[in-house]
Design a protein around this ligand. Structure first.
Ligand code: HEM
Length: 401
């Protein structure tokens, strides 16, 4: 197969991120910086090799907004963030402000507080699954654990009270649903009203949560407003929900289809879970397309010149399976020597929630290994339905033990 001479049409006709591996392999070898046409018909560059993807993620000459916003292409990116869409300068300023406002939420102290909560939640879901298993041969780990956990954790991070959690779940699902008739828009308006009310009610007793952080910042800083608070909270929800749901699902699939690694994890959950999670993050990296950037000046990469205003899609999924960066790259191997990967991005936009995501994944896999060591898939992995989202994963995880 020779791809170097053609302009590829995105999205590739494959249902699952994992199925793209053979195509990426050819691209990395023959055309690591290759011209593509996006689903909306716009031209872009697709970058597939580890070195170039890492280099460009760290390159300040590329940004998330177009230097001339009206010319921005309509590409959807893998890790969808509700990012700013202004000019490059305002993007940089908005981005710095966003990172500054959210920094306290991900401090070591907050992570310690959240980690106990995550453990309690996971134990509760596992208790429930064990109870269900008494009356049914098969239970669903997707609806019973992978899907509800990340949004429950985000509720805790934001400071949504226990009594409002069902309402919060329902609103966030409606906001994310691609339904007709402005439903997502209405849900967002309801969500905004809810968040504004919540922020108001917290004023008297600020706590260790994002909404309290933002109310504090508002008092200290004239520039804060409710619309910004809603944007930041929705951004956290979109950036931290699907991504984590799908990594839990892919992780279960990787381990259930490679029983030797599952057995090793059950024998030593605490000793092996960190390496197992990093390997899940490497091979199950998000995105069939990749992370989107625009060149703000001409940039030369791997002998190709990317012109000012060109869209660039950086395939983290391909970079993480590059054989020049990883020995036996397609093999799931928690014992591999190379531990670094680009699953949380790199550079200025490196995932601000990485420590939280790692905490969730470690607790999920260590708890499953400890409490359900006999876990196995109740269906062939190839028959599992793929989720209709662009971050890759499955919508059902029937298991038994
Ligand atoms: C950014 C992946 C979990 C919040 C990113 C980026 C990636 C990523 C690849 C970089 C995007 C880019 O460069 O354009 C993941 C994965 C996760 C995860 C795979 C789960 C396993 C979370 C969680 C949160 C979160 C739990 C928070 C609750 C964010 C935010 C950004 C981001 C706010 C934007 C950072 C910036 O632009 O400076 N994430 N993420 N993520 N992530 Fe995550």
């Amino acid at each position: 197969m020779s791809v170097a001479a053609e302009r590829l049409q995105l999205p590739f006709d494959r249902p699952n991120v994992l199925d793209l591996a053979p195509l990426y392999e050819v691209l990395r070898r023959e055309a690591p910086v290759t011209p593509v046409t996006t689903p909306a018909g716009d031209p872009a560059w697709l970058v597939t090799r580890y070195d170039e993807v890492r280099e460009l993620l760290g390159d300040k000459r590329l940004g998330r907004s177009h230097p001339e916003p009206e010319r921005a292409s309509r590409i959807t990116t893998a890790a969808v963030q509700d990012g700013p869409t202004g000019t490059y300068e305002s993007e940089e300023a908005d981005h710095k402000r966003m990172r500054r406002l959210l920094t306290p939420a991900f401090s070591a102290k907050r992570m310690r507080m959240l980690s106990q909560h995550v453990q309690d939640l996971v134990d509760g879901y596992v208790d429930q699954l064990i109870a269900e298993r008494e009356s049914s041969d098969v239970v669903d780990l997707h609806t019973g654990l992978a899907f509800p956990l990340p949004v429950a954790v985000i509720c805790q991070l934001l400071g949504v009270p226990e009594s409002d959690r069902e309402l919060f779940h329902a609103l966030s699902e409606r906001m994310a649903s691609p339904s007709e008739g402005g439903e997502a828009h209405r849900a967002r308006e309801e969500f905004s009203r809810y968040m504004a009310g919540l922020a108001e009610s917290k004023r008297g007793q600020l706590g260790e949560d994002v909404i309290s952080d933002l109310v504090r910042a508002q008092s200290a800083d004239e520039g804060f407003d409710y619309a910004e608070m809603v944007r930041l909270c929705v951004g956290l929800l979109f950036a931290g929900h699907e991504t984590t749901v799908n990594r839990i699902g892919l992780g279960v699939l990787f381990l259930m289809t490679r029983p030797e690694h599952w057995t090793a994890l059950t024998a030593d959950p605490d000793g092996r879970v960190d390496a197992t999670v990093e390997e899940i993050m490497r091979l199950g990296a998000p995105g069939d397309l990749g992370l989107l950037r625009y060149a703000h000046t001409d940039v030369e990469v791997g002998g190709t010149t990317i012109r000012t205003g060109d869209a660039v899609i950086l395939s983290v999924n391909s970079a993480n399976r590059d054989e020049s960066a990883y020995a036996d790259a397609e093999t799931f191997d928690p014992d591999r020597a190379e531990r670094t990967h680009l699953g949380f991005g790199h550079g200025a936009h490196f995932c601000i929630g990485a420590s939280l995501a790692r905490t969730e994944l470690r607790i999920v896999f260590a708890t499953l290994a400890r409490r359900l060591p006999g876990l196995r898939l109740a269906k062939d992995a190839d028959e599992l339905p793929v989720r209709p989202t662009i971050t890759g994963g499955v919508s059902e995880l029937p298991v038994t033990w």
